[in-house]
Design a protein around this ligand. Structure first.
Ligand SMILES: *Cc1c(COP(=O)(O)O)cnc(C)c1O
Length: 405
């Protein structure tokens, strides 16, 4: 019997040769942090909550009785706020009634989009490394996962454009894009997005783009949604969420925007996954999206994350890691090879004892046996979405790794 959960376990590297299922490396590393008292820079969630005004809006909604099922597509105020955000920020003009769908976080939007639009015989193309849920979603749909590598360069992690072109086939049904990119911190350039767009059009593929870090971009760079490129709005589903933008990762309020027919397809699946979620949080997120004070808070978060990125990048560099400076997100990738560590998974298991810090291996974001898996074997991911004092403590501890002399 071929049960789908086994495909999911296999696609995410969790299925042992004897048929047993391992826990994820995130669970293993968090347990290690708890057991050893190490500074946990493994999982990426903020240790400071988002704006108090947004919490108050949620409290008000709870007290005012927003406690029953909201409408299936999401409350109208939130759909309107999402549409206005896309218009004011990017010049996109989704119709709030037919082209915006509220979901249980970006996670549900991704799963519902892949389940709705790909199946057995189809290929779903992602960048590699990739956010781990993508491999699981593609396995759930019974589709084939193909990848195009991001490579470490002096200009950050960049898409290998030749490999991207070679990865497209006549069966490429979906391109599952992610910018700003977790885990590399790459913000895709216009040239990279144009290459994806040109190939998606040539192969008649739909683009599903995960933009949950759209506001967390550094160095004066600007996030460009691929839906804004000529000819792309009609074949693109854009996904985002309140979790990363407002530092409420536990709220799980996400949304998808795009052409009515594609949004309808996603809604058809989504309504039988969760149906609806987070009734009292939806008005609070609608408030957050439209409030100028909250928008200022988000800009300050991005500026503060940029400084915290610098703190961690400098600390990792001083400790002897090879580091590629991320352009956005919560994360930095660091190479242990200059310090004599060739295996990122082994390094992460030893890091609490060696330096009192927890990281996760980049192998958690690659396909076993791929070229990227081999290239990034000695790399680890660390988060800088922690308070300054936590990062300073981690940096001080990491200095212990530097060989004496
Ligand atoms: C955190 C994250 C998500 C999940 O977002 P939720 O809104 O919490 O479901 C999706 N994609 C990427 C790349 C992420 O880092």
């Amino acid at each position: 019997m071929n049960l789908r959960w086994r495909d999911v376990a296999a696609a995410t590297g969790l299925l042992g040769a004897d048929g047993s299922v391992r826990s994820t490396v995130f669970a293993e590393m968090s347990a290690l942090a708890a057991a050893t008292g190490a500074v946990n820079l493994g999982q990426g969630f903020p240790d400071v909550d988002g704006p108090a005004a947004v919490v108050r809006a949620a409290q008000d909604a709870l007290a005012a009785g927003a406690n029953q099922y909201p409408p299936g597509p999401g409350i109208p105020e939130l759909r309107r706020a999402v549409a206005e955000h896309q218009r004011d920020r990017y010049g996109l003009t989704p119709d709030p009634d037919r082209e915006v769908l509220v979901t249980a976080g970006a996670t549900e939007a991704l799963a519902a989009a892949v389940l709705a639009l790909a199946g057995p015989g189809d290929e779903v193309l992602t960048l590699e490394p990739y956010y781990d849920a993508y491999a699981a979603d593609i396995a759930l749909a019974g589709a084939r996962h193909t990848t195009a590598p991001l490579r470490a360069t002096p200009q950050g992690f960049r898409v290998d454009l030749e490999a991207l072109e070679a990865a497209f086939t006549d069966r490429t049904r979906l391109v599952l894009l992610n910018t700003p990119h977790n885990p590399t911190g790459a913000v895709l350039s216009r040239e990279e997005l144009e290459a994806v767009a040109r190939l998606a059009v040539r192969h008649d593929a739909v683009v599903v783009t995960d933009e949950v870090y759209e506001h967390l971009v550094f160095d004066g760079l600007r996030h460009v949604p691929i839906a804004t490129l000529p000819g792309m709005a009609e074949r693109t589903l854009t996904i985002s969420s309140a979790g990363k933008t407002y530092s409420f990762t536990g709220w799980k309020v996400g949304w998808v925007t795009g052409p009515a027919a594609l949004v309808e397809a996603v809604r058809t699946v989504k309504q039988f996954l969760t149906y609806v979620n987070a009734a009292p949080l939806q008005p609070a997120v609608a408030f957050a999206l439209g409030d100028p004070g909250v928008a200022r808070w988000v800009r300050e978060l991005a500026a503060s994350l940029e400084r915290r990125r610098d703190l961690l990048v400098e600390g990792l560099t001083a400790a002897g890691f090879g580091v590629v400076r991320p352009q956005g997100t919560y994360f930095v990738l660091a190479d242990g090879r200059p310090l004599g560590h060739d295996d990122g998974t082994e390094l992460c298991r030893r890091l609490p004892a060696l330096a009192g810090v927890v990281a996760v291996p980049v192998g958690a974001f690659t396909r076993p046996g791929s070229t990227t898996d081999a290239e990034l074997r000695s790399w680890v991911r660390l988060t800088f979405v922690k308070r300054d004092e936590v990062l300073r403590e981690a940096v001080e501890r990491l200095a212990a790794l530097r060989p004496a002399g």
